[in-house]
Design a protein around this ligand. Structure first.
Ligand SMILES: C[S@@+](CC[C@H](N)C(=O)[O-])C[C@H]1O[C@@H](n2cnc3c(N)ncnc32)[C@H](O)[C@@H]1O
Length: 304
């Protein structure tokens, strides 16, 4: 369990980097989301890596690191908006955010009356998050419950003990998560989601298409990006081979639709190879939390 840690280290740091990405997105003139709490997390942290929280002025001179992180924020903004729209469209009464990190959807989206939103995450990340939210006087717009538990273990009991109702449909979100789980834990995660999902439930998953490629040399590329950004993604992701989640879900009675990132970017008119950023930055640069489109190539939306 060496990859775990608090907000400034280990995989918890990826939550901070994703929040920085949403802060940048929030400051863009062409923003896709509005997350006013995101920059507060970065400000309250003792980040070992300076994370940009604002979109640069047109004449700004950017370092290689800043340009890479800003490329990543363009992807984080896009995926946040896509997932927002999936959650909003479906409007199911129970929402479960798996590995919620510093996600503030409970605070920033309008939820139908009676919505219960569960955030599952490492206790240390939730502790940091709630400290900042309290200091900001943030008030959730739904019934928010946090569940501090390790997603590599049996987390279903903790969720039901926290009030999740297995007899009601839910919408599950796994955004920026799978690449950090060992293959066995990923399999167990889908099994637990499946067992807890009443008919009418939905699941939105960011799949990480790079995992197979990591074994075939992509690891070197991730290491290089880690050296340039200061975020050692190569040490955080788990390259273990695993079944295709789309096939697994279909075999277990879910109706699955796959949305490639290119299609999503076109839909939201987001140029992920933003020409306003220096050319030296690869167009598929990993973002802070993750990864640009060469790493996460699609989202799965499933219904049962
Ligand atoms: C890239 S962040 C994504 C957070 C959030 N979903 C978002 O998009 O901003 C990955 C998150 O996964 C969490 N995580 C990774 N492995 C975990 C585990 N075994 N148990 C609980 N949380 C885990 C980390 O703590 C981190 O918050």
């Amino acid at each position: 369990m060496t990859q775990q840690g608090d907000i400034g280290s280990g995989v918890g740091f990826t939550a901070l980097a994703a929040a920085a990405g949403r802060a940048v997105e929030t400051s863009r003139p062409d923003r896709l989301i509005d997350d006013p709490l995101a920059s507060a997390f970065v400000a309250a942290s003792d980040s070992p890596v300076p994370l940009p929280v604002r979109w640069p002025a047109p004449d700004a001179v950017l370092s290689d690191r800043e340009a890479l992180l800003l490329h990543g924020s363009g992807y984080v903004g896009l995926r946040s908006r896509f997932c927002d729209d999936q959650l909003r469209r479906d409007g199911v009464g129970q929402v479960v955010v798996l590995a919620a990190g510093l996600d503030t959807r409970a605070f920033r989206l309008d939820w139908p009356a009676g919505t219960r939103l569960f955030e599952i995450e490492q206790p240390s990340v939730l502790h940091f998050k709630d400290t900042v939210l309290r200091a900001q006087g943030a008030v959730p717009r739904c019934a928010r419950t946090t569940v501090g538990v390790d997603l590599r273990g049996d987390w279903a009991d903790a969720l039901t003990t926290a009030g999740f109702d297995v007899h009601r449909p839910a919408i599950w979100l796994a955004e920026g998560l799978l690449q950090y789980l060992p293959a066995d834990a990923e399999r167990a995660l889908f099994e637990q989601v499946d067992a807890l999902s009443a008919p009418g439930s939905h699941l939105v998953v960011e799949r990480s298409a790079n995992l197979a490629r990591l074994a075939a040399g992509e690891h070197d590329r991730l290491r290089e990006i880690g050296e340039r950004t200061g975020i050692a993604m190569d040490r955080l992701v788990d390259p273990g081979a695993r079944p295709d989640p789309g096939l697994w879900l279909a075999e277990h009675g879910w109706t699955v639709t796959e949305h490639p990132v290119t299609e999503i970017a076109e839909h939201y008119r987001r140029d992920l190879a933003d020409p306003r950023l220096p050319r030296s930055a690869p167009t598929s640069a990993p973002g802070p939390s993750a990864p640009g489109p060469s790493v996460s190539t699609s989202f799965l939306c499933a219904r049962r």
